[in-house]
Design a protein around this ligand. Structure first.
Ligand SMILES: Cc1cc2nc3c(=O)[nH]c(=O)nc-3n(C[C@H](O)[C@H](O)[C@H](O)COP(=O)(O)OP(=O)(O)OC[C@H]3O[C@@H](n4cnc5c(N)ncnc54)[C@H](O)[C@@H]3O)c2cc1C
Length: 509
């Protein structure tokens, strides 16, 4: 009679959306009969990492991310997998308009601008955001694009300047990157942050020509987007730009967590180091049959056959230091920025006085503390009671790390002062929430891709250890889901192969 296969334990460290996806993938394998058990260790007393949603008097406040890019399919697919397909909602793209603060006034981004690439002639000619020289350069890009750089990588600022000129960097690219990544276009890597444009340049030379071509082949999806109307119309049947969940993104992390056996989740437990178990396959003694030991605060220890580090790279670096100093150094070298969201609810009067659109971005030269502000009630349905306004201001980033050390009163006062100057809002907010996210946004600096390749190379010498999270190949929710799933699949393959190896060895004894 053959003995039942020994259950292998895969420990996931970090319970944000990346780690939860990994734990969920493992739980699904266990439920399907794989001899594997998942364990999830999280330092906070809650799961979800930066994904947190709070209902406040009929408003829905997202403390961290508020949506995901629909074009990347993993988050919507995961929502459907979790039975949340009916809760998916698309951004109200018919009302989409984003402003840039330019000489203290809100100026709309020209229609047809696809991230940085102009695809419509007339709005570019008439925009007040760019001087004539920049307009001429942008118009000419389609016909005389610069030669692709020979370099392995380049900053976003340098790339955009080559194609569209310095004014496009200062007035559009830099505020966009500050608003999305909390980052700086002079240091962020074009190849890692905007890989599609990097590839476009290699294939087509002109980004404008390539973008126009790509627009003809935009995918479709079944998410409910509001009916199109007005200018900048969302094309019927096309994907909305952003998607989220009716009840907030925390719906997704809660569902993921619900699939993981609650007796296998350890909250409030900070992992410190990872080492080979004394008796494990990588160890020397014979006191433990598993491969790894995870040491946590308060002298708690867990053993594991495989480990997934779904942590900010700096924390993964500290954990891995006892096993590989060089790898630890490579991880440590991935910088992070800190961010803060300040959400404010307002009454009908304020809402009626706001300009139409999704919100605004603020270039560095305007010298404000705010990086961006989203008119949440306009971007998505189900975010504010009928007629009321929900504004979400984004602060911090590499531009202003000091804001995290300020008191809430001073932060609120500063935000209200800037809202008054920019939007003429002097009304008392109905409520406010301030959320701080220290070291939360990985910054893909120039050379990031080479660093990640080096990390992957070194990991080949540490079979059984896998990385997931926003530090490597994309910081969006979909990217995190992709890395969490992929890490879990690799861990499952590893323990299955190891089990087959052990069975063979035992069979040949
Ligand atoms: C303010 C903000 C707004 C954003 N907006 C968007 C958006 O609109 N759309 C979008 O797609 N993306 C957005 N992002 C990015 C996206 O939300 C994140 O990249 C993603 O949620 C990160 O998930 P994660 O699981 O990799 O990391 P995290 O959420 O940071 O989770 C990591 C977890 O590891 C735990 N941990 C750390 N160290 C240890 C340890 N030693 N032991 C145990 N546990 C540990 C932490 O407590 C944390 O729970 C935003 C991010 C922020 C901060």
């Amino acid at each position: 009679m053959t003995e039942p296969a020994k259950t292998r334990r895969v420990v996931v460290i970090g319970g944000g959306v990346s780690g939860l996806t990994a734990a969920y993938t493992l739980a699904r394998a266990r439920q399907a009969g794989a001899p594997v058990e998942e364990v999830l260790i999280e330092a906070n007393p809650w799961l979800g990492g930066v994904v947190r949603s709070e209902a406040v008097d009929g408003f829905l406040v997202e403390a961290g991310p508020d949506s995901f890019l629909a074009e990347k399919p993993e988050a919507a697919a995961m929502a459907r997998d979790l039975g949340l397909g009916d809760d998916l909602i698309g951004s109200n793209d018919h009302a989409r308009r984003t402003y840039i603060l330019h000489h203290k006034r809100l100026v709309p981004l020209p229609d047809g601008l696809m991230f940085l690439v102009p695809t419509r002639f007339w709005p570019m000619v008439t925009t007040g955001l760019l001087p004539l020289s920049a307009k001429l350069k942008a118009a000419g890009e389609m016909f005389s694009s610069p030669p692709a750089t020979e370099k392995e990588d380049e900053s976003v600022a340098s790339f955009v300047k080559r194609h569209f000129g310095q004014a496009m960097v200062e007035n559009i690219a830099d505020p966009l990157l500050a608003g999305v990544y909390g980052g700086d276009s002079e240091t962020l890597s074009m190849r890692s942050v905007l890989p599609r444009f990097w590839e476009m340049e290699r294939k087509h030379g002109s980004l404008t020509r390539a973008t126009l071509e790509a627009m003809r082949h935009r995918p479709t999806d079944g998410a409910k987007s509001s009916p199109p109307s007005g200018a900048d119309t969302a094309e019927p049947g096309k994907l909305p730009l952003f998607m989220t969940l009716k009840g907030g993104l925390e719906q997704m992390t809660q569902r993921l967590a619900a699939q993981v056996d609650k007796y296998r989740i350890f909250l409030g437990r900070k992992a410190l180091t990872l080492e080979f178990a004394p008796g494990g396959p990588g160890g020397l003694g014979d006191s433990c049959s598993r491969r790894f030991l995870i040491n946590c605060e308060s002298y708690k220890t867990y053993d594991a056959d495989a480990v997934i580090l779904a942590l900010p790279a700096r924390h993964a670096s500290g954990m891995i230091a006892p096993l590989d100093h060089r790898l630890s150094g490579l991880l440590e070298g991935i910088p992070y920025s800190s961010s803060m969201t300040v959400s404010l609810g307002f009454d009908e009067k304020v809402r009626a006085a706001l300009p139409p659109g999704f919100g605004f971005l603020i270039p560095r030269k305007e010298q404000r503390r705010m990086l961006a502000c989203t008119f949440v009630h306009a971007k998505f349905d189900h975010r504010a009671p009928e007629g009321k306004a929900l504004l979400r201001c984004f602060l911090g980033g590499t531009r202003d790390p000091d804001i995290l050390s300020m008191f809430d009163e001073a932060i609120l006062e500063g935000v209200r002062r800037e809202l008054k100057a920019i939007l003429k809002i002097s009304a008392e907010p109905l409520f406010y929430r301030i959320h701080e996210w220290p070291d939360s946004m990985a910054q893909y600096a120039v050379g990031h891709k080479a660093r990640v390749s080096a990390i992957e190379q070194r990991l080949l010498d540490l079979p059984g250890i896998y990385l997931a999270g926003n530090a490597y190949s994309g910081i969006g929710i979909s990217d995190c889901i992709r890395t969490g799933k992929s890490a879990a699949e690799k861990a499952l393959d590893f323990v299955a192969a190891e089990r087959r190896g052990t069975q063979k060895t035992e069979g040949s004894k």
